[in-house]
Design a protein around this ligand. Structure first.
Ligand code: UGA
Length: 434
């Protein structure tokens, strides 16, 4: 199959690279000349384990290329994927569809023969029909179908998620479109990964409902964690005991500083707006958004309590500021709420993050960046573990404690046990929900 992928953000680039690895001929398009130049030089603009290698392999095989020229990529393609951004529209919570609709019009103008125009971006229910109208308006004679193909990959595990998905969802209404989409995903269906065919609106809704449900699951366990702290229960034991029930499942039950990232915050807000627009308020999701904001603020209180109620002039080492490990993505990271609050209260904040500095430097003014936890711990009053990078899971706690003025730890991802931290010489340890 010949595929044009419009947008080389997380979803677009990973999908394009993986489709080429299936054996399809893929051209990735972006409007940003710097991005395309980097990709043509073999560099990925994002940090994602394994992506650069897989990209190089498929470029070398002649199946993958990058261009600024949308019309050339679309001409002759069997399928054109729209994978541009759908950020939150300022002030309203609605998803901003400017980029999606602009891409649809450009694609329409460039179509030369039958193609399926596939939306991979997360878009509100009804968008695929609007895309169809925009394509038809730009090119009244165009022969095409639309399809909705939401993506469920997680950052940091993107390639594995794409290559070994729990399911592929395809919203399509004609046999011709289903056939093209089926051929594109054949390498997965042959290996018995389930492919689910639905209508357009259902596919669009599956994506929002799945993300909102996962955000709800995390928020639920974070609220139970807050109660555990008051009643003497341990959230790790509670999550384990709950998760063994097959109906509940053990994934996404890790308590922490609140969910962040480029998807859950944006998609929960967009779903809440869709509900309001249709007079069916999404009350659970609206509460989840509110509670998640409170979770982040509760972390600030926790840190303050550990510093005897005063943050002024305390030296605090923050380990991890990206929204999760194995990514350089800082979008809506809990650190963007927590770190400025510490700085604002007069603390001296030192930050260590294996990949976050490039994006984080501008977003976190007033902090000092450090390359390793041991240097940063010199004379510090507190260590805060905010993102569970692997390099923070096996720290030499004794060495850290010796370097600190006050050896105290706020472990907001529960990666250590209180006993081991105290045995290593720390005087105080708090986790979340324990
Ligand atoms: C999420 C979904 O998991 C993907 O299925 C989806 O494709 C993607 O959004 C998207 O819509 O594009 P992602 O945002 O990359 O993926 O990361 P997650 O692993 O889902 O983590 C999201 C946030 O929840 C992170 O801040 C993470 O720390 C937090 N989290 C996750 C918890 O606090 N506890 C958990 O148990 C799991």
């Amino acid at each position: 199959m010949r595929i044009a992928m419009i947008g080389t953000g997380y979803v677009g680039l990973v999908s394009g690279v993986c489709f080429s690895d299936f054996g399809h001929e893929v051209i990735c398009v972006d409007k940003d000349p710097a991005k395309i130049a980097a990709l043509q030089a073999g560099r990925t603009p994002i940090y994602e384990p394994g992506l650069e290698e897989l990209m190089a392999k498929n470029v070398a095989a002649g199946r993958l290329s990058f261009t600024l020229d949308l019309a050339a990529a679309v001409a002759g393609a069997d399928a054109v994927f729209i994978a541009v951004g759908t950020p939150t529209r300022r002030g309203s919570g609605h998803a901003d569809l400017t980029y999606v609709m602009a891409a649809a019009a450009e694609i329409g103008a460039a179509l030369t023969g039958y193609a399926v125009v596939v939306t991979k971006s997360t878009v509100p229910v009804g968008t695929n029909r609007a895309v169809a109208a925009a394509v038809a308006q730009a090119n009244p004679g165009a022969e095409f179908d639309v399809a909705s193909n939401p993506e469920f990959l997680r950052e940091g595990a993107a390639i594995d998620d794409f290559m070994r998905p729990d399911r592929v969802v395809i919203g399509a209404e004609t046999e011709r479109a289903k056939k093209v989409m089926g051929d594109i995903y054949r390498p997965l269906s042959l290996r018995e990964f389930p492919v689910v065919y639905t209508g357009l609106e259902s596919a669009e809704m599956i994506k929002y409902a799945a993300n909102a449900f996962l955000a709800t699951k995390i928020t639920f366990i974070n609220e139970i964690a807050a109660l555990c702290e008051k009643v003497g229960a341990d959230i790790k034991a509670v999550s384990k005991g709950m998760g063994m029930d097959g109906r509940i499942g053990n994934k996404f039950l890790h308590a922490g500083p609140g969910y962040g990232g480029s998807c859950f915050p944006k998609d929960t807000k967009a779903l809440a707006r869709i509900g309001q627009d249709h007079a069916v308020p999404m009350q659970i999701v609206e509460t989840v958004i509110k509670v998640n904001d409170e979770v982040k603020r509760r972390m600030i209180d926790k840190i303050e309590d550990l510093c005897d109620g005063h943050l002024r002039d305390k030296t605090i080492v923050v380990l991890g500021v990206t929204f999760k490990p194995n990514t350089d993505d800082m979008r809506d990271a809990p650190s963007l709420t927590i770190v400025p609050a510490l700085v604002g209260a007069g603390a001296k904040v030192r930050v260590v993050d294996p990949e976050g500095r490039r994006e984080g430097e501008e977003m976190l003014p007033g902090v000092v960046w450090s390359d390793n936890p041991y240097g940063a711990a010199n004379g510090a009053d507190l260590i805060v573990i905010l993102t569970e990078w692997n390099e923070f899971r096996a720290l030499d706690l004794g060495r850290l404690a010796k370097k600190m003025t006050h050896a105290r730890m706020a472990d907001l991802r529960n990666i250590y046990a209180a006993d081991e931290v105290r045995a290593a010489g720390f005087t105080d340890y708090v986790g979340v929900g324990r």
